[in-house]
Design a protein around this ligand. Structure first.
Ligand code: NAD
Length: 436
């Protein structure tokens, strides 16, 4: 099929490259001229394992192209995806302005029956707004489908190619046939080969929010449990393992940490609270989830501050891991940002290292931070190290080398990555979460 992808960010680029890989002809469109020019030359603007290979291969065999010319790409397409950003307004509600703008441009360009598929995460009812915007711009026949995206950054190619589920919110027969055809190469690879779930568009739109809100809730719940462990002298590792062994609970997303971040959980939780509120539903649990997360993002700072007796002025703090999670360079809402800003504000010197996110971090954090090219280099002269993102390369560490580089061997393990006894036996002053 001929596919146009409107929006070439984390979702649009992955989806476009994967659909090209399974045999569709894909044109990715973006308003960011610089991004498109770089992609045309084979330079990928984001770090996502496996993506570069996929993009270059499909570009070479002309299955995948990049353009800023939306009208031309849409004119030729059988199906058009919308994968543009949906940031929050000040009040937490989702801003669907980019989605509606894209819908109008699509309407102006379609040349015959076209299926318009929304992949952006949008409040319930947005499919109807898209339909209205497209309809106001064309007399051509079209269908609008909701097809929320569940890929995880860092694992996005596998998640798209072998999904745990494909959710399709479709309200008419003709579009149903197109969607089956589009996903025909992927459906057999989905979990059990049968996780192609069709439903009404409102339910599809809500699925995405419900999933992200549940995951955010698990994280905040476990962060609360970790604090209770500290209060009562229990160990969150034991509690977590016992909980995860229960098949009704499962082991994923039970790790305490420095609070959830990223481009999706914070904004999607806020948007769900907001649009439920607009329908007079007070989503109490999610409000608490947000509050707990905000508090948790200060936890590492407070541990550090307390350790140094209430003043860190002139201290050097090293940070390992800046991205909001491993295997991505995405810094959006990363817990490292708040921690580093607070450290700087309190007068500390900050030395940072991340395997992939340094360039993006520089744009956000500016010149007040020292960016170091190696993990051990970042420790030079440090009074303490805070581990924020659990990249694999931080799992196996040479403690004597760390101690030799640091002024005082103190480690704040924001991800409970290390064995507390091992660390203490090797002479580290060691803090973690819920295991004191
Ligand atoms: P992004 O910010 O990385 O990319 C969005 C792109 O859309 C940008 O390159 C922007 O220039 C482009 N754009 C904006 N308006 C446009 C227009 N009118 N025409 C063409 N291009 C336009 O965003 P993302 O992370 O890819 O997320 C996109 C959507 O998918 C959001 O709604 C997000 O919530 C959702 N989502 C994201 C993820 C994720 O892991 N990042 C996962 C699932 C769903």
């Amino acid at each position: 099929m001929k596919v146009a992808m409107i929006g070439t960010g984390y979702v649009g680029l992955v989806t476009g490259a994967c659909l090209a890989e399974v045999g569709h002809h894909v044109t990715c469109v973006d308003t960011d001229t610089d991004k498109i020019q770089r992609l045309q030359k084979g330079s990928i603007s984001i770090y996502e394992p496996g993506l570069e290979t996929l993009v270059l291969r499909n570009q070479q065999i002309e299955q995948l192209a990049f353009t800023t010319n939306l009208a031309e790409a849409v004119h030729q397409a059988d199906v058009v995806f919308i994968a543009v950003g949906t940031p929050n307004h000040e009040d937490g509600s989702a801003d669907v302005g980019h989605v509606i703008k894209a819908a109008t441009s699509i309407g102006e360009a379609i040349a015959g029956y076209t299926v318009i598929i929304n992949k952006s995460t949008v409040p319930v009812g947005t499919v109807a707004h898209i339909r209205h915007a497209v309809g106001a711009a064309t007399t051509q026949p079209f269908s609008v489908v909701s097809n929320p995206e569940f890929l995880k950054q860092g694992d996005a190619i596998k998640d798209f190619m072998c999904p745990e589920r494909i959710v399709v919110g479709v309200d008419d027969e003709r579009a149903t046939t197109y969607m089956r055809q589009l996903y025909a190469p992927i459906i057999p690879r989905s979990l059990d080969g049968i996780r192609y779930l069709t439903m009404d568009s409102a339910s599809a739109e809500l699925c995405k929010y419900a999933s992200n809100a549940m995951l955010a809730t698990r994280i905040s719940f476990m962060n609360e449990m970790a604090h209770v462990c500290d209060c009562v002298g229990a160990n969150i590792d034991h509690v977590r393992r016992a909980m995860g062994a229960d098949s009704r609970i499962g082991p994923e997303f039970l790790h305490p940490g420095p609070g959830y971040g990223g481009s999706c959980f914070p904004k999607d939780v806020a948007a769900l609270v907001s649009f439920a509120g607009k329908k007079n539903y007070d989503f109490k649990i999610l409000k608490a989830v947000e509050q707990v997360n905000t508090r948790q993002k200060d936890f590492l700072f407070e541990q550090i501050f307390k350790h140094f007796g209430g003043s860190i002025r002139g201290r050097t703090i090293a940070i390992w891991g800046l991205a909001f999670k491993p295997n991505t360079d995405d810094m959006r809402e990363a817990p490292s940002i708040r921690l580093i800003k607070r450290l700087l504000f309190a007068g500390a010197h900050v030395r940072v290292y991340d395997p992939q996110a340094m360039a993006r971090a520089k744009l956000l954090l500016g010149p007040d931070v020292v960016y170091v090219g190696t993990r051990y280099g970042a420790l030079s002269g440090a009074d303490a190290l805070a581990l924020v993102t659990e990249w694999d390369e931080f799992r196996d560490v040479d403690v004597p080398r760390m101690k030799a580089a640091m002024k005082t061997p103190t480690l704040f393990d924001g991800r409970n990555l290390y064995n507390a006894e091992d660390m203490r036996d090797q002479g580290m002053t060691y803090y973690s979460i819920g295991r004191q």
